[in-house]
Structure formats: structure tokens, C-alpha cells
Write a protein that binds this ligand. Structure first.
Ligand code: SF4
Ligand code: SF4
Length: 116
């Protein structure tokens, strides 16, 4: 499943450069699915069809946030979620509202980076 950042976040910024999928954004930042990925044009995520190049509104105006569609639990890159590894206050946690199997996460990672 994807990870999420809780309101315990102290906005230190340590996690953001560690994400291999550019799924983490600073508080109040606009984002795109195409940032740091190979995605372009219309992309299907579960039941959602999203324009990868469209500028999206920030998911949080209080703390750093994770774009669920781009989080793969770091599968295919690292053995453990890098954001959780570096967070000084342990506020990067599994998002039980976005449950995905390891196979689904690996498939997502390949889709994000246009791998076969
Ligand atoms: Fe990025 Fe990995 Fe954290 Fe997901 S678990 S947000 S892919 S660093
Ligand atoms: Fe927030 Fe933790 Fe990321 Fe720092 S490392 S910005 S406290 S989620």
C-alpha cells in the first residue's frame, strides 16, 4: 500500500529528496504525475483517468504530502520505504485506505517509469 504523511510532520524536508518516484511534495506545492516519472498524457489509475501533465492542487497546506498514485512503498528501488527511514518523527506511515499488494506496487513502479 502507499504511505501517507500524518499531521505530526514537522516540515523538515528530509524525505522529499529520498523518494525514487517524486511522490513527496513540500507543503502547499502544486504537483503533476509526470514529475519525476515517464508518465505523459491520460493515465488510468484504478477507476481514475488522470492527465499526467495537468497541474494538480496541493494535497496539504499544512504538512508535506505523498501523492498516492506515485508511491510504490519504494518497491523495485529499496527494501524499505525511504521516507519512513529518514523521517525524524516517524510520521510516514502505511495508508490503510490505499491497500495494494506487492505485485500491484511493482506493476505501478514499472508503469511510472515505462519499464516492461
Ligand atoms: Fe516515495 Fe518510497 Fe515514501 Fe512511497 S514509500 S513516498 S515511493 S519514498
Ligand atoms: Fe515531515 Fe518526516 Fe518528511 Fe520531515 S521527513 S518533512 S517530518 S514527513
Amino acid at each position: 500500500m502507499a504511505l501517507k504523511i500524518t499531521t505530526e510532520c514537522i516540515n523538515c524536508g528530509a524525505c522529499e529528496p529520498e523518494c525514487p518516484n517524486k511522490a513527496i511534495y513540500e507543503v502547499g506545492t502544486v504537483w503533476k504525475l509526470s514529475d519525476g516519472t515517464s508518465l505523459k498524457g491520460m493515465v488510468q489509475f484504478k477507476s481514475l483517468l488522470i492527465d499526467a501533465d495537468a497541474v494538480q492542487v496541493p494535497k496539504s497546506n499544512k504538512v508535506y504530502f505523498i501523492v498516492t498514485e506515485k508511491c510504490t512503498e519504494c518497491i523495485g528501488f529499496n527494501n524499505e520505504p525511504q521516507c519512513a527511514s529518514v523521517c525524524p518523527v516517524d510520521c510516514c506511515i502505511l495508508d490503510i485506505n490505499n491497500i495494494e499488494s506487492k505485485d500491484e506496487l511493482l506493476k505501478k513502479k514499472k508503469m511510472l517509469h515505462n519499464e516492461k
